[in-house]
Design a protein around this ligand. Structure first.
Ligand code: NAI
Length: 396
C-alpha cells in the first residue's frame, strides 16, 4: 500500500514504515558517529521509549553505551485488513529492535499502559531476563493525556489550561498557517488535580518502588525524568498552567526517588529539556508558534539541537564519560541552557509582537516546524521512495 500523510489537527493518523525506520537510522548514525559513551549505562529501562525524547534516550543507551534496553510504550500495530498503518512509535520500535539485534544487543519491548501494575510486572520480567538481570538507568519520558490509577481504577484526564486566570495570546493554526488570537480557559480545581495525577511524579515513584521490591535495581542506579520550563511568554499556559504544576510535582518526586536510590548508591533527578516538535508538544496551544520562532533563531545562531542531540549531550557531557551532573539551584539538570540563553530569548521577544499570518514564513521557521512534524510520522525523509508500496505489518 502507498502510505500518505493524513493530518488531523495536531495529529497525523498515518505513519510511513520506511520513513520511520530512516528516522531511527539517522539517530543511530548520529550517536555512532559522535563516539561511544564511556562508563555508560549497561542496562536501561525507558518508560515512553517509542517516540520523542524517550526514543532518543533508548538510542543513546543502546548505540552510545551498548546497553541492554527494555522499552515501555503505548503504540498501535497495523491493521492490514483495513489498510491502516501502525503508529509511528510502533515502526520506530521495529526499526530500533532490528538494529539492536544486528549488534547483538538485548532489546525487550513492552507495549501497553505504563500506569498499570501488569505492565510494570512485564517490564520487571523482561529486566530479569536481560544479561544483567537488573537496571542501572531508568528514564521516565511519558507524555499521556490520561491515567488510570492502578489501585482505585479511577481515570484521570490531563488538561492544558491556565491556573488562576484565563490567558489570551497569539497562537498558530498549523494546518492553515494562520496566526490568530486565542483565549485559554482557566482550569477548575478538579482539572488541576487530575492533570497532576496524570503527568506528575506519582507514577514515576510507583515504578521505582516496584523495581526496588522486585530486586532489579543495580548498584549506582540512576533515574531521570524529563521536564520543561520554557520562556516567560508561555508561562501562563505551560510553567504556571496545569501542566507546569504537574511538572513541579514531578520535580518534588525526584527528591523522594533520590532517597530510595541512595540506598543503592544511586540518584534521581529531573532534566529540563529544550522545546522540540514532538507528538506531545504539538498539542499545546501557543507552543507551535513559539517553536517556529525558536527554530529560526537557534538555527541562525547555529545552536539548534533535536531530541537525539539533546539526549546525546545529556549522556555524554553530564551523565557519563567520567563527567558530573551540573545542577541548577533547584537540583535540576538544564539541557535547555541554549534555548534559555539571553540572546536567544531576546531575539524571540523581538519577533513575537510582529508575527502575523502574512509574515509567518519570513519571521519564523514555520516550514521547519511543518517538516519536523511530518518527519515524526516518517514523511519527507530524503532517502525514502514514497511512491513505492509499503508493507504495513512490522514485528517489534
Ligand atoms: P512523545 O509524545 O514523543 O512520547 C511519549 C511517549 O510516551 C511515547 O513513547 C508513548 O508511546 C508513551 N506513552 C504515552 N502514554 C503511555 C502509556 N499510558 N503507557 C505507556 N507509554 C505511554 O513525547 P515527548 O515530547 O518526547 O515527551 C516525553 C517527556 O519529555 C514528557 O514528559 C515531556 O513533558 C518532556 N519534555 C518534552 C519537551 C518537548 O518539547 N517535546 C520539552 C521538555 C520536556
Amino acid at each position: 500500500m502507498i502510505v500518505q500523510p493524513k493530518v488531523k489537527g495536531f495529529l497525523c493518523v498515518t505513519a510511513h514504515p520506511e520513513g520511520c525506520a530512516q528516522n531511527v537510522a539517522e539517530q543511530i548514525e548520529y550517536v555512532e558517529s559522535s563516539g561511544k559513551i564511556k562508563e555508560g549505562c549497561k542496562s536501561a529501562l525507558i518508560i515512553g521509549a517509542s517516540t520523542g525524547y524517550g526514543l532518543a534516550s533508548r538510542i543513546c543507551a543502546a548505540f552510545g553505551c551498548e546497553a541492554s534496553t527494555v522499552g515501555v510504550f503505548f503504540e498501535r500495530p497495523a491493521d492490514s485488513a483495513k489498510e491502516r498503518p501502525a503508529s509511528a512509535g510502533w515502526y520506530n520500535t521495529a526499526a530500533f529492535s532490528a538494529e539492536a539485534k544486528k549488534r547483538g544487543l538485548y532489546a525487550a519491548n513492552i507495549n501497553g499502559d505504563a500506569f498499570s501494575d501488569a505492565i510494570k510486572e512485564q517490564a520487571i520480567e523482561a529486566i530479569k531476563k536481560s544479561p544483567q538481570g537488573k537496571v542501572d538507568l531508568i528514564v521516565y519520558s511519558l507524555a499521556s493525556p490520561r491515567r488510570t490509577d492502578p489501585k482505585t481504577g479511577q481515570v484521570y484526564k490531563s488538561v492544558l489550561k491556565t491556573v488562576g486566570a484565563e490567558f489570551s495570546s497569539k497562537t498558530l493554526d498549523t494546518d492553515k498557517g494562520e496566526v490568530f488570537s486565542t483565549t485559554i480557559p482557566c482550569a477548575t480545581e478538579q482539572e488541576v488535580f487530575d492533570t497532576v495525577k496524570t503527568m506528575g511524579g506519582d507514577d514515576w515513584e510507583l515504578w521505582i518502588k516496584a523495581l526496588e521490591n522486585a530486586g532489579v535495581l543495580a548498584e549506582g542506579c540512576t533515574s531521570v525524568a524529563y521536564s520543561y520550563i520554557g520562556p516567560k511568554l508561555t508561562y501562563p499556559i505551560y510553567r504556571e498552567g496545569t501542566i507546569g504544576l504537574a511538572k513541579k510535582d514531578l520535580e518534588k518526586a525526584a527528591d523522594r526517588i533520590d532517597s530510595i536510590l541512595k540506598l543503592h548508591r544511586g540518584k534521581a533527578f529531573v532534566s529540563v529539556n529544550k522545546a522540540l516538535v514532538t507528538q506531545a508538544s504539538s498539542a499545546i496551544p501557543v507552543v507551535p508558534l513559539y517553536l517556529s520562532i525558536l527554530y529560526k533563531v537557534m538555527k541562525e545562531k547555529g545552536i539548534h539541537e533535536d531530541c537525539i542531540r539533546q539526549i546525546y549531550r545529556l549522556f555524554s557531557k553530564q551523565l557519563y564519560n567520567g563527567n558530573f551532573l551540573d545542577f541548577d539551584d533547584c537540583g535540576r539538570v538544564r539541557i535547555d541552557d541554549l534555548e534559555q540563553r539571553r540572546d536567544v530569548q531576546d531575539a524571540i521577544m523581538e519577533i513575537w509582537p510582529k508575527v502575523d499570518s502574512q509574515n509567518l514564513r519570513q519571521l519564523t521557521d514555520f516550514d521547519s516546524y511543518k517538516s519536523e512534524f511530518l518527519k515524526l510520522f516518517g514523511f519527507g525523509l530524503p532517502k525514502v521512495d514514497y511512491g513505492k508500496d509499503s508493507k504495513l505489518d512490522a514485528e517489534i
